[in-house]
Write a protein that binds this ligand. Structure first.
Ligand code: NAP
Length: 248
């Protein structure tokens, strides 16, 4: 049984999709959860209420993680409001797909800024507090696209591969301070976005998944809870695929 009572967790982009499932599961396991949002204020507040109804504590904080000052202030605010930060889930992410010949410099830069630099920004400030308290779990949401690439996603694949390198470097840097850093590489996860794909495309994807089904947001959230818990206290610097066997 996973028990995160007494822990303070921050989930970036925690109001939607996979982030929402992660926020809920961490709260259900007993953690006090900070839901970061950038534009989804009402969804973040609704989730705070939903978690409160479970008898658990959550607050919402607005910040654009791609902005260094906002990301740093976000982490400082978590600590000033809740006294510490034990678990950081770098989940916030965007896509802006195009083949390289058509992709603009702006499309490349904004995906790298949110996905990769946002993860670095939050990790840098969280590492300061976690190192001092000699405890921390940083869990970065990468993607199998960062492992195997995907046509039309040179920006996204580079950002997600970058997150894997960042994860391993930080795991080595911070291990002596008992700060553990891991990445999760989800495969095809069913979200609002994927529900609207044409049937032919969906069937094509399904054929490439040994378990013959898409993942759920809960599948990813379960792995986050495991890595955040004491059950995973001997695991650091790893990339764990949650992908139904798609990449092996
Ligand atoms: P989603 O529903 O689009 O949610 C993305 C979240 O990121 C939103 O809550 C959004 O917050 C937040 N966000 C975006 N830019 C931000 C910024 N600058 N600052 C703070 N928050 C920001 O996407 P999802 O499918 O749940 O994906 C979550 C993570 O899983 C992403 O890192 C994604 O790359 C990864 N992933 C997803 C899949 C999949 O199949 N869905 C597969 C592999 C990996 P606001 O709405 O408040 O702006």
């Amino acid at each position: 049984m996973i028990n995160l009572e007494g822990k303070v967790a921050l989930v970036t982009g925690g109001a939607n999709g996979i982030g929402k499932a992660i926020s809920k599961k961490l709260a259900e396991a007993g953690a006090t959860v900070v839901i970061n949002y950038n534009s989804s204020e009402s969804k973040a507040n609704a989730l705070v209420n939903e978690i409160s109804l479970l008898g658990k504590t959550a607050i919402a904080i607005k910040a654009n993680v791609s902005n260094f000052v906002e990301a740093t202030t976000l982490i400082d605010e978590v600590v000033s409001k809740l006294g510490k930060i034990d678990i950081l889930v770098n989940n916030a992410g965007i896509t802006s797909d195009n083949f390289i010949l058509r992709m603009s410099e702006e499309e490349f830069d904004k995906v790298i800024a949110t996905n990769l630099k946002g993860t670095w920004n939050c990790s840098k400030q969280a590492a300061k507090y976690m190192s001092k308290q000699r405890f921390g779990k940083i869990i970065n949401i990468s993607s199998i696209v960062g492992l195997v690439g995907n046509a039309g996603q040179s920006n996204y694949a580079a950002s997600k591969a970058g997150i894997i390198g960042l994860t391993k470097a930080l795991a080595k840097e911070l291990a002596k301070r008992n700060v553990l850093v891991n990445a999760i590489a989800p495969g095809f996860i069913e979200t609002e976005m994927t529900k609207v794909l044409p049937e032919a495309i969906i069937n094509q994807y399904l054929e490439s998944i040994p378990l013959s089904k898409f993942g759920s947001v809960e599948d990813v959230a379960n792995m986050v809870c495991f890595l955040a818990s004491s059950l995973a206290d001997y695991i650091t610097g790893q990339v764990i695929n949650v992908d139904g066997g798609m990449v092996m």
